[in-house]
Design a protein around this ligand. Structure first.
Ligand code: 4NP
Length: 160
């Protein structure tokens, strides 16, 4: 059985593609490519089809993390397609839940910061209008969160 993860932010050009690529990096290291699949999306339509933000890509590459993908918008069908949907901040979280008016998929939607073990931030805030330090911070927080998430999936969702 394959476990499917969807990372969601606002534009799908900075935080959620960083989360997707960091998670893929960790999955590859753990040899779990056949078991866990990742994708990312934005709640907005602002950047549909766009390449990742080059500042985000460069911050990831400087840690040895490959960066791929094109922006797409979150779609209602994603609720069905994915096992876990991970929002970067409270606004993303609320914007996803608004699309699930019956609350059928609420349990699939979580804030990614819940999985951090070394940081205490409650959200991963948008680095778009800031400098390089903000992008580096996003990578630090996501490495922590994705590491915790991988551990949680290994313990509770993979069956060999
Ligand atoms: P992201 O960052 O949600 O992490 O992809 C943003 C990218 C673009 C914009 C906002 C946030 N924007 O307003 O265009």
């Amino acid at each position: 059985m394959v476990y499917r993860l969807l990372f969601v932010c606002l534009g799908n050009i900075c935080r959620s593609p960083a989360a997707e690529n960091i998670m893929n990096h960790l999955i590859k290291e753990a040899n779990l490519e056949e078991q866990i699949i990742c994708d990312s999306a934005g709640t907005s339509s602002y950047h549909i089809g766009a390449a990742p933000d080059r500042r985000m890509k460069s911050a990831a590459l400087s840690r040895g993390i490959e960066f791929r993908g094109r922006a797409r918008q979150f779609d209602w069908f994603d609720f069905k397609q994915f096992d876990l949907i991970l929002a970067m901040d409270q606004e993303n979280y609320q914007n996803i839940l608004v699309l699930d008016s019956q609350g059928v998929y609420k349990n699939k939607v979580r804030l990614i910061c819940e999985f951090m073990t070394q940081h205490h931030e409650k959200q991963i805030l948008d680095p778009y209008y800031g400098g390089r330090a903000g992008f580096d911070k996003v990578i630090d927080l996501l490495l922590d969160a994705c590491g915790g998430l991988l551990e949680e999936i290994r313990q509770n969702h993979l069956y060999f």
